[in-house]
Design a protein around this ligand. Structure first.
Ligand code: KIV
Length: 270
């Protein structure tokens, strides 16, 4: 087992395509880790996927720390990255350092935060205190209100240039990788070629240094959410529903429990 570390992820650029998925619990994290994923992100997407929220904005620090703790218990090899929720790093450098540090205390080996040039001084500070940072630009979900919805970013020349400037500022500030979310493939490619740190794409085309998806999306657990950029590897929504229906029927027809599932008392005293 070759433990994935922050320097290794940096070193992968141009040598190995980075694989990443989100996870929010122990069992899922253990499965992803055993399958050989490089990075497990404890994403604030926990809000929309697990908590039933319509955005990631209400997700709280204590919830993120809880999910980081239980994910970490399932992981031996992958790099675990904790996602800083809305308002955990925007209020002050002190808040950001404290909150980022709390992720590390729960076992995360790095944190991720959203934003470009504006958050670069903060990232520099975090890195100087030994906290590895993954950047995140493009369709950053915590800015959904500013964007007026989950809209693809960087579509005009000016906006593309903005994203390239942001990516370079993050690189300069010391991030070890950058998530590129929701942008034209050409923009993802140009950013990837403009920075020396690996880019990890989600809806950012084929030319990033790695790819990440939300675990519940790629497993097909939510039939109401099928964005264009997601490949559904399974239809777990239907799989689980049909298993539960079978279970209900088995109980009602007294097929379960059967002889193989029951305990028996000793026949006579020994
Ligand atoms: O929270 C999350 O799952 C993310 C990924 C989409 C990159 O930020």
């Amino acid at each position: 087992m070759d433990k994935i570390t922050v320097p290794k992820v940096k070193h992968f650029k141009g040598k190995k395509i980075i694989t990443a998925l989100t996870a929010y619990d122990f069992l899922t994290a253990r499965i992803l880790d055993e399958a050989g994923i490089d990075i497990i992100l404890v994403g604030d997407s926990v809000g929309t996927t697990i908590q039933g929220l319509s955005s990631t904005i209400p997700v709280k620090m204590e919830e993120m720390l809880y999910h980081t703790r239980i994910v970490k218990r399932g992981v031996k090899r992958a790099l675990v990255v904790g996602d800083m929720p809305f308002l955990s790093y925007q209020t002050s450098q002190e808040d950001a350092i404290r909150n980022a540090g709390l992720f590390l205390k729960e076992g995360a080996e790095a944190i991720k935060l959203e934003g470009g040039e504006k958050v670069a001084p903060l990232i520099e500070k975090l890195v100087s205190y030994g906290i590895p940072v993954m950047g995140h630009i493009g369709l950053t979900p915590q800015s959904v209100n500013l964007f007026g919805g989950y809209k693809i970013q960087g579509k005009t020349e000016k906006k593309k240039e903005r994203l390239i400037t942001d990516a370079k500022a993050l690189e300069e500030a010391g991030v070890f990788s950058i998530v590129l979310e929701g942008m034209p493939e050409e923009v993802g490619k140009e950013i990837t070629e403009s920075v020396s740190v690996p880019t990890i794409g989600i809806g950012a085309g084929r030319f990033c240094d790695g790819q990440i998806l939300v675990i519940t999306d790629m497993l097909g657990m939510d039939p109401m959410f099928t964005p264009h950029f997601v490949k559904k590897y399974r239809d777990l929504y239907e799989e689980i529903k049909s298993a539960v229906r079978e279970y209900i029927e088995d109980i009602e027809t007294q097929k379960f429990p059967s002889e193989e599932h029951v305990f028996h008392a000793k026949k006579k005293e020994e």
